[in-house]
Design a protein around this ligand. Structure first.
Ligand code: PBG
Length: 314
């Protein structure tokens, strides 16, 4: 191997044309999924436009705009406001908020993914049903599967279970042999979901999610979660959050051949937005660098609140 002065790595950095020729990772809008929140009423979120809330009507207009901008896929979250109960029945109501939004979006060219979870619909804000003060795994499975089926009946193209119950992929797979399952395989109990929980009104009323979401300290356990999801019939594995877990994305990429997704979560988006609003950094540069890093770590697809803005940046 030659070394300096024969080797000069700066030679390939001299012009933007040369840098482009040797660039290893590129952002392609086709790899991005835009999250959309749907509730009974629309309202703007001036600080975090990606977390604005749509109504069933306005989400159709938003979808048209996204298609016009070149966005290919969205993931829907429902915010039912009032009708919450112990069993999260709004999640699997055939006339629920996500189901109605899906029917409204039926004519669009977007790939429609849905988040499958109970936390936005339960009165206690946990991702499953409570028995003896704990989230009951096995009783929750049936409700998660029922939610996924009702999404598909309403027009979802793929379902994304985010509840972190053991066995949820198998429970969904049994009901839906032909539907792609994007499993939130390694979902950590993270502080970076804060802005989402504000927007989706899904913070737990007591305790926290550490009894079912993963301990941020663990990476081997994330691979075991992925292994289980592969065995249960998942089509895509997802790591969430993304930026503080790039090593987990890399480890999953090296171990598994399934497409790998990463969720660039609300707190990752919000901290850049907030820093940019203070003039500490340039949002566009920071966002492009963040998204490039997530792809470089090994993600094939990325769920990001920047997807819409990315469409105009690329
Ligand atoms: C539902 C769910 C959450 C997120 C996605 N699906 C919240 C949570 O687990 O508390 C977070 C997404 C984000 O922060 O952008 N379980």
């Amino acid at each position: 191997m030659s070394s300096f002065p024969v080797t000069r790595l700066r030679r390939l950095r001299r012009t933007s044309g040369i840098r482009s020729l040797v660039r290893e990772t590129r952002l392609d809008l086709g790899d991005f999924v835009m999250p959309l929140f749907v509730g009974p009423e629309a309202f703007a979120n001036d600080d975090l436009p990606g977390l604005a809330r749509h109504s069933v009507e306005s989400v159709v207009a938003e979808a048209e705009e996204l298609v016009r901008l070149g966005v290919r896929a969205v993931i829907l979250f429902g915010i039912p406001d009032e009708d919450k109960d112990e069993e999260g029945s709004g999640a699997y109501d055939d006339d629920g908020i996500v189901q109605r939004a899906l029917r409204g979006l039926g004519g669009s060219d977007l790939v429609l993914l849905t988040d499958v979870c109970l936390c936005e619909y339960t009165s206690h804000g946990h991702c499953g049903v409570i028995r003896d003060g704990e989230v009951s795994n096995d009783e929750t499975l049936e409700l998660i599967a029922r939610t996924a089926v009702s999404h598909v009946d309403a027009g979802a193209h793929a379902v994304c279970p985010s509840d972190m119950m053991d066995g949820r992929v198998a429970a969904i797979r049994e009901e839906l042999p032909d539907t792609p399952i994007v499993a939130y395989s390694a979902k950590y109990a993270s502080a970076f979901y804060g802005p989402f929980r504000e927007a989706a009104e899904s913070a737990p009323a007591f305790g926290d999610r550490r009894g079912y979401q993963m301990d941020p300290a663990n990476v081997r356990e994330a691979l075991r979660e992925c292994e289980q999801d592969v065995a249960e019939g998942a089509d895509v594995l997802m790591i969430k959050p993304a930026l503080p877990y790039l090593d987990v994305i890399r480890a999953a990429r090296e171990r598994f051949d399934l497409p790998l997704a990463a969720y660039n979560v609300s707190g990752e988006y919000a901290m850049v937005k907030a820093a940019a609003a203070k003039g500490f950094l340039d949002e566009r540069q920071a966002a492009l660098e963040t998204l490039t890093a997530i792809k470089r770590a090994g993600a094939d697809l990325v769920v990001s609140y920047w997807t819409k803005e990315l469409a105009s940046w690329l």
